[in-house]
Design a protein around this ligand. Structure first.
Ligand code: RFL
Ligand code: PHB
Length: 388
């Protein structure tokens, strides 16, 4: 088999890259280790920046997003028993769109199928080679038989635990990492959201987040210990703990119900530099991870592949500038999002190691944040997304 661009991974990064390349007339094949149902079953992000929506428009997959996505002009910060709104629309003229990663993935999968584009699902033992020369290859086993895809370029969109980044010689890679001592326990539920906007809460018992997927579907998160196990949390225990971490007014309005999904995600900041090695490009979680507090992970994955699709299309039109500057241009945006996500995580979570002093510092900063237009604007412009 042969294609121009072999994409490893059919998460949002790989699927969006495939759609953008198709629009530019570049041929691409995707190789994914899981089944389509498994990919759709992972409940993750919910908040899209306008830049991400623009890329989905460009890819021609945004009709349902515009019909069903919820435009949010702000968020609420809850601390010290009260809520304070940050008005994104007023401070930046921009909004974010609440539309689940699962739905983005479904729309991209449907479009790929409708265009007859090739995705090899349930590929075992995926390997990448030859990207330091001119003949890169992706190899895998499918139903026991060895498969080989020859290509001009490989796009490593295979997430944090993928095979592409570890295939680069360790000496060529610089890794920056911070692992947090806590995780997020998430619960998805078919109940109306407790509020029409997201509520990020800093509470002495730990962080919590009230989010949503639609007017009838809610997503809630609790800060938990990184070694906690989801089996230890009954639905009732989750709701009881969430209520304790909300202000009384919101707690009284909370509508509970059986969990459709419950899972624990560890929190990590991670960047691998550079994002290109010869003819292998890393994009999305394969190259960087942010803690979810700033809602940046999926958005960074989208902006990476936006730049990569353009660079590859330019290459086939005879211009290699985009390819040569891909890593540098992505990393500038990545580090800004890393800084914002780390800052917002540090501000909102309980860090046992920093004690009472750390908590007083958080309260002082939150107080400043909600009373200073300059500070609120800094939060707002990072949350809605810096320009591409
Ligand atoms: P993905 O989604 O991990 O997809 C990678 C794909 O590659 C496949 N794969 C392989 N395929 C072939 N061979 C191999 N060896 C392979 N190894 C892996 C995998 O099966 C998978 O299909 O990475 P991608 O595409 O880069 O997308 C990144 C996003 O998924 C991620 O950044 C976001 O979900 C992060 N995130 C959020 N981002 C936001 O922008 N806004 C949010 O509100 C937000 N909330 C979140 C989040 C992540 C969370 N968790 C669970 C970590 C909330 C949570 C709880
Ligand atoms: C979500 O709805 O899953 C979500 C929203 C905002 C975040 C993280 C996750 O910051």
């Amino acid at each position: 088999m042969r294609t121009q661009v072999a994409i490893v991974g059919a998460g949002p990064a790989g699927l969006l890259l495939g759609a953008l390349l198709q629009r530019s007339g570049v041929d691409a094949v995707i190789v994914e280790q899981r089944s389509p149902d498994y990919v759709l079953g992972r409940i993750r992000a919910g908040v899209l920046e306008q830049t991400t929506v623009g890329l989905l428009d460009q890819a021609g997959v945004s009709a349902r997003l515009h019909a069903e996505g919820l435009q949010h002009g702000g968020i609420e910060l809850s601390f010290g028993g009260a809520r304070h709104r940050i008005d994104f629309q007023g401070l930046t003229g921009k909004h974010v769109t609440v539309y689940g990663q699962t739905e983005v993935t479904r729309d991209l999968m449907d479009a790929r199928r409708a265009h007859g584009l090739v995705t090899h699902y349930e590929a075992d033992e995926v390997r990448v080679q030859g990207f330091d020369g001119t003949r890169p290859q992706v190899l895998w086993r499918q139903a026991g038989a060895e498969q080989r895809l020859d290509c001009d370029f490989i796009a490593g969109c295979d997430g944090f635990h993928g095979v592409c980044r570890p295939s680069v010689p360790a000496s060529a890679l610089q890794v920056f990492e911070r692992v947090y001592s806590f995780g997020w326990l998430g619960l998805l539920c078919e109940t109306p959201p407790v509020s029409h906007e997201l509520i990020y809460s800093n509470h002495p018992r730990g962080f919590s987040l009230c989010s949503m997927r639609s007017p009838t579907r809610s997503r809630y998160y609790l800060q938990c210990a990184s070694d906690d196990r989801v089996e230890r949390w009954s639905d009732q225990a989750f709701w009881d703990e969430l209520r304790r971490r909300l202000d009384p007014d919101v707690a009284a309005r909370l509508v509970t119900g059986p969990a459709l999904e419950k899972s624990i995600a560890p929190l990590r900041s991670f960047v691998a530099e550079p994002m290109r090695f010869g003819r292998l490009f890393l994009a999305g979680d394969a190259a960087h991870i942010v803690p979810p507090t700033g809602a940046k992970g999926l958005n960074l994955a989208a902006s990476d592949v936006g730049l990569l699709a353009r660079a590859l299309a330019d290459h086939y039109a005879g211009d290699d500038h985009g390819i040569e500057t891909y890593s540098e241009r992505c990393l500038r945006r990545v580090w800004r999002a890393e800084r914002f996500s780390w800052w917002f995580t540090s501000l909102m979570h309980r860090f046992p190691e920093t004690g009472e002093f750390g908590q007083r510092m958080q309260m002082a900063e939150l107080d400043y944040l909600v009373s200073s237009q300059a500070a609120s604007t800094a939060l707002a412009e990072n949350y809605v997304g810096l320009p591409l």
